[in-house]
Write a protein that binds this ligand. Structure first.
Ligand code: CA
Length: 489
């Protein structure tokens, strides 16, 4: 809005007829059109656990409405099959292995190691903030729990949420547990019990956490509209439906036909997220901002099957390098450019968001900033494949070996549980049922050698989860890439 006023002022001073003012007018016109950007991230949400991806038992009417008016990405990938590294990749635009963040920051990371995502990695929030965006984060951080790594130090103007890797959901339950630990003099209080904060100030939350985060997201967009803080960038990082499985009675009542108790609770938690998305969209509409706001919705990794998630038709779930681990539900909503009811079936990586948002925001990316994704905006709109001939990777270290999944165009190579490399025609065999490695040994060799070359860009982990894993890592001479990238004849 401030740019718009500036345009009017310039036009008043110079008049509309001379060429100088026309140039100024056209350059400020594009700036004024910069969209607001909202990223809504779920935690451990299964591929099939939203209506727009075919869920039969979980109802998500507001998300489905966004899908109906926007674009569903059927091959949306995240850079790691679990929480912390996936988020680190989202914020930096790089695979987390390349800067030593391939493990979660462990419980009590602030007290135990005082670490966070390296400060040399400029976050997308910082990049947007420097481009004049008003930036906010609501929800889960998990990228550093000590002051140097705080969201307000990484490009956010406003933070409401918690710094750890998760949280309990009912204040009347966790607050007494927290108090008891404080009174017992505990040095390491469980992160899931700690009070939420708003810009360093401890808050006494009263609402079910998912509803609280939705409320704060609405507060942020309303404040931005009222005080002309535009354009804005909001990162709404729900911790739902991550464990602990805790849902409101009224939401559970909606799913009384689901017999499995875990699935019922999980469904109710997803429903609460959907209600929040509905509130946010309603606020954007009321502020006349829905048309000029890009909303991207996805999950940080696949659903955890043991806790009631469903990743059908994908194989496995959270933590796996099968598709169920790192291929996630994803949608884009931006009525100005994205055709309603569209579907994009080429691969999209969450690593693409950094450069894509920078493009939309007309933000300058510093020359020295390394990015593993690319600006996909035009391809997304025109339906072209942004990643033709390029690999999308997932690599997860386990105790003494690594699991890998790497997709290139229609094919995917997979290595899990130290078994030989497998090959799938992932376009036709999304469920990874038919290993074609014996039929196409040369293709396997080529693809594996490409992953091996990529692994050379990795650096040693800066921390381990749990901390003791570091001994195991050293004893087993990890990362053991010699064994990982051996192809059997
Ligand atoms: Ca997660």
């Amino acid at each position: 809005m401030k740019y718009f006023s500036l345009t009017i002022l310039i036009l008043l001073i110079f008049g509309c007829s001379n060429t100088k003012s026309t140039e100024l007018k056209s350059s400020t016109k594009t700036t004024a059109a910069r969209p607001n950007i909202i990223v809504i991230l779920c935690d451990d949400l299964g591929y099939a656990d939203v209506g727009f991806n075919g869920s039969k038992d979980i109802i998500t009417p507001h998300l489905d409405q966004l899908a109906t008016n926007g674009m569903v990405c059927s091959a949306g990938y995240v850079p790691h099959p679990f929480c912390g590294p996936s988020r680190a990749g989202l914020m930096t635009g790089r695979y987390p292995h390349t800067f030593g963040s391939q493990f979660n920051l462990m419980m009590n990371s602030g007290e135990l190691i005082g670490e966070g995502i390296p400060l040399g990695e400029k976050f997308m929030s910082k990049n947007l903030q420097e481009a004049g965006y008003h930036t906010g984060i609501v929800g889960k951080w998990h990228l550093g729990a000590v002051p140097d790594y705080h969201p307000l130090k990484r490009g956010f103007d406003d933070f409401y949420g918690f710094l750890g890797g998760g949280h309990k959901y009912f204040p009347h339950q966790y607050q007494p547990l927290y108090q008891a630990q404080v009174e017992a003099g505990s040095k390491l209080i469980n992160d899931y019990l700690k009070p939420l904060e708003h810009n360093h100030r401890e808050v006494k939350e009263t609402e079910y956490i998912t509803d609280a985060l939705s409320r704060e997201a609405v507060r942020f967009v309303n404040d931005a509209a009222k005080n002309k803080k535009d354009p804005f960038f909001l990162y709404l990082a729900y911790n739902a439906p991550h464990s602990p499985l805790e849902a409101k009675e009224e939401d559970l009542a909606k799913f009384k036909d689901i017999k499995n108790k875990k699935r019922r609770t999980y469904a109710a938690m997803v429903y609460a997220v959907d209600r929040g998305v509905g509130r946010l969209v309603k606020a954007l509409k009321a502020n006349n901002n829905l048309e000029n706001t890009l909303i991207v919705f996805f999950s940080d990794n696949g659903g955890k099957i043991a806790l009631g998630a469903n990743n059908f038709p994908l194989k496995e779930g959270k933590g796996s390098t099968n598709e169920g681990g790192f291929r996630v539900p994803m949608l884009f909503h931006y009525p100005k450019d994205i055709p309603a009811g569209s579907q994009y079936n080429h691969p999209v990586s969450a690593l693409d968001f950094y450069p894509t948002f920078a493009h939309l925001a007309e933000a300058v990316i510093p020359k020295e900033k390394q990015l593993d994704g690319k600006n996909i905006w035009q391809d997304l709109i025109s339906g072209n494949n942004s990643h033709q001939g390029e690999m999308i990777y997932a690599l997860r270290h386990r105790e003494g070996y690594s699991d890998v999944g790497a997709r290139k165009d229609d094919w995917k190579v997979l290595k899990t549980k130290q078994k030989p490399w497998r090959l799938y025609h992932i376009k036709d065999d999304i469920g990874e049922q038919h290993d074609l490695s014996k039929q196409h040994p040369e293709r396997v060799r080529q693809m594996v050698s490409e992953v091996a070359a990529w692994s050379k860009t990795h650096t040693e982990p800066r921390w381990f989860d749990p901390v003791e894993l570091e001994n195991d890592w050293k004893e087993k001479n990890m990362a053991e890439f010699g064994n990982t990238f051996q192809v059997e004849d």
